[in-house]
Design a protein around this ligand. Structure first.
Ligand code: NAD
Length: 471
């Protein structure tokens, strides 16, 4: 911890209109609430003038996106990561992080204001520090070890008068119950010597409509001053900032967003299973309901939930409710159960479709198209398509796959190389199972040449020939 170091640098850079010196700051601002007021005023001016130095801990999708946006907005940014290879690559101007838009990275790099290091001591020179490290699930429980380690490092190096923001997705209370004591372990106090806030990243990788700037930011501080400063910082980067009353409200808002998706996907997935029994086309039903211009939001059934948010983040909430309230968050846990059933259900439906065509699943050649968790992105994390492949394989099918973004996958412990999408591969498969509908797929060509298509995404729409079987 560098007590007082920030003051030296703040005065050296000066703030617009009111140059400060170390002595004026120290004499005018004794320890106590006044320090926060004074520090807040200095940091406000440094933020507005872009003189504030920004440190971003964790250079994954979230941290690098923030680093690029801050550099593009005019801040000097240092990205800190424990992965030396990643740091070297980023310093060389090479975008090695999936999901970050190349245009955003190029804007950050070409600003000349972005650099990367594994040396966390650089944070001593940061006015604003954002923590963007993973928050995985381990044994069905939150694993906050990355956040804890990163915050210990921030606490060792941060300067008095700085603003620390947690961006990692987590359960309510993490910022004030876990992060705050870790930062305070070295003697500085939140609200007195530094400001602490939470702001969730909520961007949707691959979404061409909404990017970093036009996705509103939710911000909640541990103190009102922290909320105000964090709001001001993000206002320099995005079009709209929504300030809430506490870090806990901001943490829960993020989990509500992901839980909302999880529950609504489970709703249409369960409906898909029921519709199959009832002989009703679920896609027709969802499409018809979606014509209502208010009070309905369309979600589509599919082989399960994937990616690194929806299947994992709500677990943090389910875990916390069980821990603190001693009961289940029932609708959420049921959604988890329903969505977890889907890969097995889809594998069974592929078996049924083969059966209808006089073939057994055992020994059948199945070509899975699309194994990433969603269309037109290369992200395999938690992809339900892999689970479908595993189940088909266990039931004796000969499973191959094609995906424009993926060269090989592991199925039941052995590596499977991508099958090239040739006429022979498509026509020779007993069933082509479209599980992720990348836009690169030529549906007409597939429809003409495949013996049987299981359409897990309604990509073929209203084409309902005996050769196309929808989920
Ligand atoms: N990826 C998304 O779409 C997304 C969206 C919203 C929120 N989030 C959340 O944001 C957080 C980060 O996600 P991500 O996708 O960027 O993660 P990621 O796994 O892609 O990257 C995390 C980075 O942090 C680094 N790291 C780990 N510990 C570190 C430490 N102590 N010091 C410095 N660097 C460290 C890792 O080396 C890695 O480069 C998670 O909580 C995630 O749930 C992710």
């Amino acid at each position: 911890m560098r007590h007082g170091r920030a003051w030296v640098r703040l005065s050296a850079h000066g703030a617009a209109g009111h140059p400060l010196t170390i002595s004026t700051i120290r004499s005018a601002v004794p320890f106590g609430k006044g320090v926060t007021i004074r520090a807040t005023a200095v940091l406000r001016r440094r933020t507005l003038s872009r003189a504030a130095a920004v440190g971003v801990v964790g250079q994954g999708y979230v941290g690098l996106s923030l680093a690029c946006a801050a550099a593009d907005a005019g801040f000097s940014v240092t990205g800190v990561d424990i992965d030396q290879e990643r740091v070297d690559s980023l310093n060389a101007g090479s975008l090695c992080v999936a999901g970050v838009r190349p245009a955003d990275f190029d804007a950050g790099i070409s600003s000349g204001r972005m650099s990367f290091t594994t040396d966390a001591s650089i944070l001593a020179r940061s006015d604003i520090v954002a923590v963007c490290v993973p928050t995985p699930v381990k044994d069905h429980s939150p694993d906050l070890s990355y956040v804890e380690r990163a915050c210990r490092e921030v606490g060792e190096h941060m300067s008095q008068g700085s603003l620390v923001i947690l961006e990692s997705t987590t359960y309510p209370g993490t910022t004030d119950e876990i992060v705050q004591p870790l930062l305070e372990a070295s003697g500085l106090a939140s609200g007195r010597d530094f400001l602490l806030a939470y702001s969730p990243e909520r961007i949707d990788p691959g979404n061409e409509e909404y990017g970093f700037r036009d996705t509103p930011r939710v911000v909640g501080g541990v103190t009102p001053e922290a909320t105000g400063l964090a709001t001001l910082f993000y206002e320099q980067l995005v079009d709209k900032v929504v300030a809430v009353s506490s870090s806990r409200a901001a943490e829960l808002a993020k989990l509500l967003e992901n839980t909302f998706r999880h529950v609504n996907i489970a709703l249409v997935n369960e409906l898909a299973m029921l519709c199959n029994e009832m002989g009703i086309d679920v896609w027709e039903v969802v499409g018809a309901a979606a014509t209502k211009p208010f009070g309905f939001m369309e979600f589509d059934p599919g082989p399960g939930v994937g990616g690194h948010c929806i299947p994992l983040d709500p677990r943090y909430l389910a875990w916390q409710v069980r821990r603190d309230a001693g009961r289940q968050f029932r609708i959420l846990e049921q959604a988890e159960d329903i969505n977890a059933m889907m890969p097995n259900y889809v594998a069974s439906r592929i078996g049924d479709a083969l059966n209808e065509n006089g073939k057994a699943l055992k020994g059948a050649r199945i070509l899975v198209l699309g194994v990433t968790y969603k269309a037109d992105v290369g992200d395999m994390r938690e992809s339900p398509a892999l689970k479908v492949m595993t189940r088909l394989h266990r039931r004796g099918a000969r499973v191959g796959f094609h995906d424009p973004y993926v060269e090989s996958v592991f199925v039941n412990g052995s590596r499977t190389q991508r099958t090239e999408l040739t006429l022979r591969a498509v026509a020779g498969a007993d069933c082509v199972a479209l599980l992720t509908a990348h836009s690169a797929y030529d549906l007409q060509w597939l429809g003409e040449h495949a013996q049987l298509i299981f359409d897990g995404r309604n990509a073929f729409g209203s084409v309902r020939t005996p050769r196309v079987v929808p989920l």
